[in-house]
Design a protein. Structure first.
Length: 579
C-alpha cells in the first residue's frame, strides 16, 4: 500500500468519554505508515453546527491520497484502515469505501445502506464476506478517494444533520464511481449518543428528508431499487358498518358517521400505524361538503387521500380534486350480458372529462367472477379509452369485509380457464402504457406474467394495498406480541416489520389455504398464498403445476423485474421555506 490517508475526526466535545475512547482506538489500531496526517476538529455541540461544513473545509486542504472520515463515537478495531485502503486500491472503479459497523454487543448495525421512497437511510445489517456494492455507506467510518472529491466536489451543506452521506454517495454513483463496503474494515459505533444532546433532532430530520427527496426523487440512480418500503395506506368509510344475517360486514349508506368522529379515527390510525395514504370508501359520493372537508383535513395532516367509488357524480369529484384529493379508484364491474362495465364506463364519461381537464391520474379495479371473464380483452379496450394509469383485476379471496368468506353461491371462474383471457387483457393494456395488477391469482398459472401478480405475500410492499395492521385492528400490545413471536423466525425481509407481516400472511391470512403434493416441489412455494378451501371444494387441485428451479424466498422476486407497480403519483411541490 503506497498511498496514504488523511484522517479527519470531527467531535462535538473532545473531553467526552466517547471521543476519548475513539482517539485511543485510533492511536492503538492505526498503522502509522498508512497515515499522511490526522486532523481533529472540536466543533462543539451548538444549534448552528453543520457537519458538512467541517468536512468541506478539510477537503480544500488535506494532503493524503485518501480522505478518511471518522465520527467521534466510533471505536476502531485492528485492521480497520488496512481494510479500507486495501479495498480502495484493489477496486479502481470504487470512489467511496465504507466499513462494517457494530454495536457494543458485537451485532452488525451497518453493512451499507439503501434508499426507498420513504427512507433516505436504511441500514442493512447482514454480514458480508467480500467488498459489496451499496447505495450508500455511513460516514462514521468512510474513505473517499481524492479523484472522487476532485470530480464530484464537496458535501451539500444544505443538510443540517441527516442524509449528507447518502447524498454524497448518490453523487458518486451518478458520476461513475462505485460505493463499496469492506468486510475487513470494522468498528463499534455508539450510534445516537450525540443526537440525545440535540432537542431539535426531529425537526432537523424532517427538513433534511424533504431536501433529499426534492433533490433526488427523479434521479435514475435513486430509482434503482433493491429495498422496498412497506405499504403505509389505510382505509376508512364515512358510513357505519353493519352485518347481515350471514355475518358479512356491509357498508350502510344510510348511516353517516359524524365528521369529527371520522377525523379522530383517521388521526389515530395515522399516528399508530404511521400511515401516509388513506383510501376513503364511498360508492355514491352524495355528501359533497362532508367529503370535501374530510379530504381537506387529511391533506392538512400530510395524509394523502384517495376515494374509492363507482365513478359517477363528476361535479363532486371535481370539487374533491380542488379540496386536495390525491388519487381516485373507480370500480368497474365485469361484463354481464348487456349490463355491467359498459354502462358504468358510459356513466363515468363526464368524470373522465374532469380528469382530462384537470390532468388528474386515476386507477380502476375490476372483480373477476363468472360469467364475464371471457370478455376481459373487450374490457381492456374500454379501459384504454378511459385512460387509467393502473388497472387492477381482483380474484376471489375470502378475507376482510368483502363478504366472500361466507358466500356459498359465488360464481367462481376456474383459474386455468381465465388465464388466456387475462394474458390478452394484460398485453393490450401494457401496450397502451397502463400497468396491470392481478390480485390473488396463482403464480403457476400465469407463466411469463408473474410480475403483475400481487397476492397477499406481495401486498405488504404494494403502495396501493392497505396496511395489514390497520385492517386487522392490531393495537400496540398485539404488535409487540407479534414482534416477539417472529424474533427467531427465519423469514425474508430487511426490516423486522417486513418479517412480522410476512409471518402474519403465512400463519393467519393464508393459514387455511391448501397445496397439492406437487406444490411441495415448486420453486414458488415460499412466496405462494396457496389455494382457498372454497376453490378447492369446487375445482380441486389438479390444474396447478409446480415451477422447476431453486426455492424462491423473496416475495418480490418477480415484481422487481418491472417496478412500475410501485410508482406513486408525483408528490406536491415542497414549499421553499422547508428546503
Amino acid at each position: 500500500m503506497n498511498k496514504k490517508a488523511t484522517i479527519l475526526v470531527v467531535s462535538g466535545n473532545l473531553a467526552s468519554k466517547n471521543a476519548r475512547n475513539c482517539l485511543k482506538s485510533l492511536k492503538m489500531n492505526t498503522p502509522p505508515e498508512l497515515v499522511r496526517e490526522i486532523i481533529i476538529i472540536e466543533a462543539g455541540i451548538r444549534p448552528d453546527f453543520n457537519h458538512a461544513e467541517e468536512i468541506n473545509r478539510v477537503m480544500q486542504i488535506f494532503k493524503g491520497e485518501y480522505l478518511v472520515l471518522l465520527d467521534d463515537d466510533v471505536i476502531l478495531e485492528t485492521g480497520w484502515l488496512n481494510g479500507l485502503i486495501g479495498c480502495a486500491e484493489k477496486y479502481q472503479d470504487a470512489g467511496i469505501i465504507g466499513a462494517i459497523l457494530k454495536d457494543r454487543k458485537n451485532r452488525i448495525i451497518h453493512s451499507g445502506g439503501e434508499v426507498t421512497d420513504n427512507h433516505f437511510g436504511i441500514e442493512l445489517r447482514e454480514p458480508i464476506y467480500k467488498p459489496t456494492e451499496r447505495k450508500y455507506a455511513c460516514s462514521a467510518v468512510m474513505l473517499i478517494k481524492r479523484e472522487t472529491i476532485e470530480k464530484i466536489g464537496q458535501f451539500d451543506e444544505g443538510y443540517r444533520k441527516y442524509g449528507q452521506e447518502t447524498d454524497y454517495c448518490l453523487k458518486a454513483w451518478e458520476n461513475g464511481f462505485k460505493v463499496l463496503v469492506s468486510p475487513e474494515a470494522k468498528a463499534i459505533h455508539l450510534v445516537g449518543q450525540t443526537a440525545k444532546l440535540r432537542p431539535d433532532v426531529k425537526d432537523l430530520w424532517e427538513k433534511d428528508r424533504i431536501r433529499f427527496y426534492t433533490k433526488w426523487r427523479e434521479s435514475s440512480v435513486y430509482n434503482k431499487y433493491e429495498v422496498f418500503d412497506l405499504c403505509r395506506r389505510g382505509n376508512a368509510t364515512p358510513f357505519s358498518i353493519s352485518k347481515d344475517s350471514a355475518g358479512n360486514e356491509k357498508i350502510d349508506n344510510q348511516r353517516l358517521i359524524p365528521l369529527e368522529e371520522v377525523k379522530k379515527q383517521i388521526d389515530g390510525w395515522r399516528n399508530q400505524y404511521k400511515l401516509q395514504y388513506i383510501d376513503i370508501i364511498d360508492d355514491e359520493l352524495t355528501e359533497k361538503d362532508y367529503l370535501c372537508e374530510l379530504v381537506s383535513y387529511c391533506k392538512s395532516m400530510n395524509l394523502y387521500p384517495a376515494i374509492i367509488t363507482g365513478g359517477q357524480n363528476a361535479e363532486i369529484i371535481a370539487d374533491l380534486i380542488e379540496a386536495g384529493l390525491e388519487d381516485l379508484l373507480i370500480k368497474i364491474p365485469i361484463y354481464k350480458e348487456t349490463s355491467g362495465s359498459k354502462s358504468v364506463i358510459k356513466r363515468a364519461g363526464r368524470t373522465i372529462e374532469v380528469f382530462k381537464t384537470k390532468e388528474f391520474g386515476f386507477r380502476t379495479t375490476t372483480t373477476v367472477l363468472s360469467p364475464g371473464y371471457d370478455h376481459l380483452e373487450d374490457l381492456a379496450e374500454e379501459l384504454i379509452d378511459m385512460g387509467p394509469r393502473i388497472a387492477d383485476f381482483v380474484f376471489f379471496n375470502p378475507h376482510g369485509s368483502n363478504g366472500w368468506s361466507k358466500e356459498s353461491g359465488l360464481e367462481l371462474p376456474k383459474y386455468s380457464d381465465v388465464a388466456p383471457y387475462l394474458k390478452g387483457a394484460i398485453d393490450r393494456l401494457m401496450a397502451s402504457g397502463i400497468w396491470v395488477n392481478i390480485r390473488y391469482f396463482p403464480l403457476c398459472l400465469l407463466n411469463g406474467y408473474e410480475q403483475h401478480i400481487c397476492n397477499f405475500h406481495q401486498a405488504h410492499w404494494d403502495p396501493y394495498h392497505w396496511d395489514y395492521f390497520q385492517v386487522y385492528g392490531f393495537d400496540k400490545r398485539g404488535i409487540t406480541k407479534l414482534r416477539r413471536r417472529i424474533s427467531r423466525k427465519k423469514l425474508f425481509g430487511v426490516h423486522r416489520e417486513d418479517r412480522m407481516k410476512l409471518w402474519l400472511t403465512k400463519k393467519q391470512i393464508c393459514a387455511k389455504n391448501q397445496f397439492s403434493k406437487q406444490c411441495s416441489h415448486c420453486a414458488n412455494l415460499e412466496i405462494c398464498d396457496g389455494i382457498y378451501p372454497q376453490y378447492v371444494a369446487k375445482f380441486g387441485l389438479n390444474e396447478f403445476k409446480p415451477r422447476e428451479g431453486e426455492s424462491i424466498r423473496d416475495p418480490l422476486y418477480y415484481r422487481r423485474k418491472n417496478q412500475a407497480w410501485r410508482i406513486l403519483k408525483p408528490r406536491p411541490i415542497i414549499p421553499p421555506d422547508l428546503l
